[in-house]
Design a protein around this ligand. Structure first.
Ligand code: SF4
Length: 203
């Protein structure tokens, strides 16, 4: 058993967790941190609206790669959801991340309930590029509505460690967040400067 721990059985804490997985590099640090805290978890890959479809496949492959190396069971949802995403965010593009977070968190909470996990969380909490406060807000509201708890840990503290590990293991690292808008924005220098400043203020 890699690392001598079965991630699928309750750990020393007795808690079982379903962890939403956005990609391989973002899974690395949370997986190692949860293991350190003896929290058993299963991964759940669910990432509609990653553009283009080939990129979606690459991220899925990287998530599988990391899961295999760490001995993490990974449930895969291949829903691509491009049309639903575009229909939901058109004319509200600046608010699109709300939709993106909420559908992922709703889905992982619902899957956790149907599979009898005690709690849910997300590797989105690892990225210093994401709106951390907004993710927590949605997750808490979802947990209040449903009989499943939200497990919170600030995985951002392992940001550099996760990067080093992914480079060391040769894991595919994406260069933009995921949707078609973010794919275009990575070339927008003015916006890049604004995001960099916002990111510094947030972390
Ligand atoms: S920028 Fe990232 S979080 Fe926001 S909608 Fe696009 S893929 Fe989702």
């Amino acid at each position: 058993m890699p690392y001598g721990l079965d991630f699928t059985k309750p750990g020393a804490t007795g808690m079982t967790l379903l962890l939403h997985v956005c990609c391989g590099p973002c899974l690395l640090y949370p997986a190692l941190a949860l293991r350190k805290n003896a929290i058993a978890f299963t991964g759940y890959f669910y990432n509609p609206n990653i553009h283009p479809y080939k990129e979606f496949k690459k991220r899925l492959e990287a998530a599988r790669h990391v899961s295999t190396e760490l001995g993490v069971t990974l449930i895969v949802d291949k829903d691509y959801g491009l049309k639903d995403f575009l229909r939901a965010v058109v004319f509200h593009e600046k608010q699109r991340c709300h939709y993106c977070y909420s559908i992922r968190l709703e889905k992982v909470a619902s899957k956790a309930l149907s599979r009898h996990f005690d709690s849910f969380s997300s590797t989105l909490l690892y990225s210093t590029y994401q709106n951390h406060a907004l993710i927590i807000n949605y997750a808490k509201r979802i947990a209040e509505r449903r009989a499943v708890s939200f497990y919170y840990e600030d995985f951002r503290k392992g940001w550099q460690k996760g990067i080093d590990e992914s480079l060391r293991r040769g894991i595919y690292r994406q260069s933009y967040c995921g949707c078609i808008y973010s794919e275009q924005e990575r070339y927008d220098n003015i916006l890049k400067k604004q995001l960099k400043k916002k990111r510094k203020d947030n972390v």
